[in-house]
Design a protein around this ligand. Structure first.
Ligand code: IVH
Length: 717
């Protein structure tokens, strides 16, 4: 008998609640498996092909809307039906953060100093801090999810929020356990670590590749990434990859008190954990023990057999880690102490200026190609005109360059003894090399800008690239090269045009599938990716606009404060009047300075930017992109202070000001620096002055520290 479907089946995916979506996906998985069996094994289909396709289509569109609910047994993930179009996206339930970099001993002193300052009880220099030291493996990070002890999925880091589903490929890595060993593992545990290739395997792979005329990899990291991101898992299986664990993400229960204990356990469950490690006890600000580990690993670096680019230091106690939390995308409790960048000597063949999306002009040295630390380098940034003048870098000079990790190589110094006799100092252009507009440099600024705005094609193209990039709209298939081609051919001029590509396809020009290098599949893949991008968290939307000075962290602040696109835009428009409440509110957001506010308001005031915002939000450009709530909102439960604005003033006694602020933010509050009519709570400690006074004048709720702690207490129990 044909199975029936439940009532919510025909609700559009956008309107489904998460609960219903979960139930329906489960039902669809069973239903499709049932029809697969009838069709393939019993040759007795109950439904038509069209009905079957409709079920799969429905499954896909719900998964697109709720990627976090994709089931391990989902029909879309069946191995063999491997997505030729690329990897599926997976939303990380706990974001995958990255690490702040340190280069000098003093940076480490500062890091520890910050920790001692942040946690009140550590302000006593006699209290020791145990720091776990590990090598920083140069691979790519991966999250492996185990349920009931079995490996159910694996994802790359991606942009930290959404990664790629590489389950089938990770299953082929020899030292990844398919099932956890021993006992005591949480029912759900996501082990995180690094996928890498040993130096010997890397060299052997490159020899093989060369022998068959295939692509040779620049370094072990690229080789590991290239091997893991293979659409055909059997290719990954033929590559010698390894996995080493250095942490974890979601866990259904806590299983350790310290990082070291956790990694010992993870090791017992069958993983290789990052070694050689050491726990160093830090008293006061004495970083001697950490330097000892750093020197030791640097000495042993070439004998380890795998590539590392520094060490990682982590506060060992998990209780402290939790309280230290993270700032922007990096934890306060860990830091990467990188080895000095590798250097080489080469010749500057030319100096050319690039124009960025904000019009900023960056001079770039074109070098005689040279290998630095295994990577072929052809260009180095020269930053700005002051930097060129200070180092007196000229065309024809022999220079020392350095390269640290993925950072753009830099010119360290020029070697004047080897300078050609006819050389002349470099003259910075007065006109934009792309559009010919005037170049200006404001007083007190190091950077020069092209004044061409939208008539400068370089700026337009760079803005489009930024819009589609990984941390912004993240549109697969719309990389730099394609944007350039689409722009050149007049297909896209503004971000709005991206969303109408599909409806306009084949109208002015031949359809995309007929373009050179394109086909039916790649064109479809691009249109699908654009459709998926219509749903985007507010913070990424704001970041994508490419407002000067508004990076990811600021975009998050704005999204968190204003919470919807319409509200943010409305407030920015009202803020054009600098005496308005809206303007005061914007400037009162902690982390938004007056100059930044000016840049935001200048952006919003521009008619062409308004047209883009209109186009993106109205139906004018086809179906409008939907701006979903930012991720932190989705995660934050409704707490008594959710969405409330809080101001701390005076001295706090139970914790540092920074800790109180982060704690409030973690519960969904906005912490402001100044009191205004919009403030909900003012927490006043001893010594509070004018802010408390103003709060009382305005009739706001003023709390003592104790009352505040009671208000939020339940959330931390
Ligand atoms: S801990 C919150 N430990 O380095 C991030 N990361 O530059 C916790 N990495 O994305 C990461 N070796 O992929 C940690 N021993 C180690 C590591 C390590 C390599 C990678 C990791 C991270 C990147 C940050």
């Amino acid at each position: 008998m044909a199975r029936n479907r439940t009532a919510f089946f025909d609700i559009p995916p956008d309107q489904l609640s998460e609960r219903d979506a979960r139930a329906e996906l489960k039902e669809l998985a069973e239903l499709i498996a049932h029809h697969d069996r009838l069709y393939h094994e019993q040759d007795q289909p109950e439904i038509s092909d069209a009905e079957y396709d409709a079920l799969r289509q429905r499954n896909e569109s719900i998964e697109e809307r709720f990627p976090q609910l994709i089931l391990p047994e989902s029909p879309s993930r069946k191995i063999g039906a491997a997505p030729a179009e690329g990897f599926k996206k997976v939303r990380h339930r706990v974001p995958m953060l990255s690490l702040e970099n340190a280069f000098l001993r003093e940076d480490i002193v500062d890091w520890l100093d910050g920790i001692r300052n942040y946690l009140l009880e550590l302000r006593d220099p006699g209290v020791a801090i145990a720091v776990r030291c590990e090598p920083k493996i140069d691979g790519l990070s991966c999250a492996l999810r185990y349920e009931g002890g079995n490996l159910v999925s694996a994802a790359t880091r991606g942009n930290g929020e959404v990664g790629e589903d590489v389950t089938a490929n990770v299953m082929t890595i020899q030292n990844v356990p398919q099932a956890l060993k021993g006992a005591g593992w949480p029912d759900v545990i996501e082990v995180r670590g690094e996928v890498y290739m040993t130096d010997a395997d890397f060299l052997a792979l490159n020899e093989q590749q060369e022998a068959v005329g295939a692509k040779v990899f620049a370094n072990p990291r690229n080789a590991a990434a290239g091997s893991l991101r293979q659409l055909d898992p059997s290719v990954t299986a033929s590559r010698p990859l390894h996995f080493t664990a250095h942490g974890w993400g979601e866990s259904s229960e806590s299983f350790a008190e310290s990082q070291s204990e956790a990694l010992r356990r993870i090791h017992r469950w069958g993983f290789q954990a990052s070694e050689p490690s050491r726990v160093v006890q830090i008293v006061a600000a004495d970083v001697g023990g950490l330097c000892g580990y750093y020197d030791d690993i640097e000495r042993r670096r070439s004998g380890l057999g795998f590539s590392i680019d520094g060490i990682v230091l982590k506060v060992d106690r998990l209780g402290w880690q939790g309280r230290l939390g993270f700032v922007s995308r990096s934890p306060r409790w860990a830091v990467a102490w990188k080895f000095p960048p590798e250097r080489a000597v080469t010749v500057v063949e030319d100096i050319q200026c690039q124009v960025g999306r904000t019009g900023k002009i960056t001079p770039v040295a074109h070098l005689k190609p040279i290998t630095v630390g295994g990577v072929l380098v052809r260009r180095a940034t020269l930053h700005n005109s002051d930097e060129i003048a200070r180092k007196d870098i000229r065309i024809g000079d022999t220079v020392v360059i350095q390269r640290a990790g993925d950072v753009i190589p830099q010119v360290v110094e020029t070697l004047p003894a080897q300078r050609p006799t006819d050389s002349v100092p470099y003259r910075f252009p007065e006109r934009c090399p792309v559009c010919g507009s005037r170049v200006v440099r404001e007083a007190g600024e190091a950077d020069s800008y092209c004044t061409g705005g939208l008539i400068c094609s370089a700026q337009v193209v760079e803005r489009l690239k930024h819009f589609a990039s990984r941390d912004a709209f993240d549109i697969d298939g719309l990389g730099d090269k394609n944007i350039e081609a689409f722009y050149r051919n007049g297909l896209i001029q503004t971000p709005v045009d991206i969303f109408t590509l599909e409806t306009r396809d084949g109208q002015q020009l031949p359809p995309l599938r007929e373009w050179e290098g394109w086909g039916e599949k790649s064109a479809r893949k691009l249109f699908d990716a654009v459709r998926r991008a219509r749903m985007i968290p507010l913070d990424r939307f704001i970041y994508a606009l490419g407002i000067r000075q508004v990076g990811e962290a600021t975009a998050r602040l704005l999204a968190k404060h204003y919470r919807s696109l319409a509200h943010w835009r409305g407030c920015m428009e009202a803020s054009q009047d600098r005496s308005s409440e809206a303007y005061l509110e914007l400037c009162a957001i902690n982390g938004i300075g007056a100059r930044m506010a000016d840049d935001i308001l200048e952006f919003i005031a521009e008619p062409h930017n308004q047209a883009v915002l209109d186009g993106l939000t109205s139906a004018a450009g086809g179906r409008p992109p939907l701006v979903s709530v930012a991720d932190f909102e989705r995660q934050a439960a409704e707490t008594p202070i959710f969405g409330k604005t809080v101001v701390f003033t005076g001295t706090l006694e139970s914790m540092s000001r920074s800790e109180a602020k982060s704690q409030a933010e973690a519960l969904g509050a906005n912490v402001a620096g100044a009191v205004s009519r919009k403030t909900d709570y003012v927490v006043a400690g001893p010594g509070a002055g004018s802010k408390e006074k103003r709060a009382r004048e305005l009739g706001l709720t003023v709390l003592t520290e104790q009352q505040w702690l009671e208000l939020i207490r339940n959330e931390f129990e």
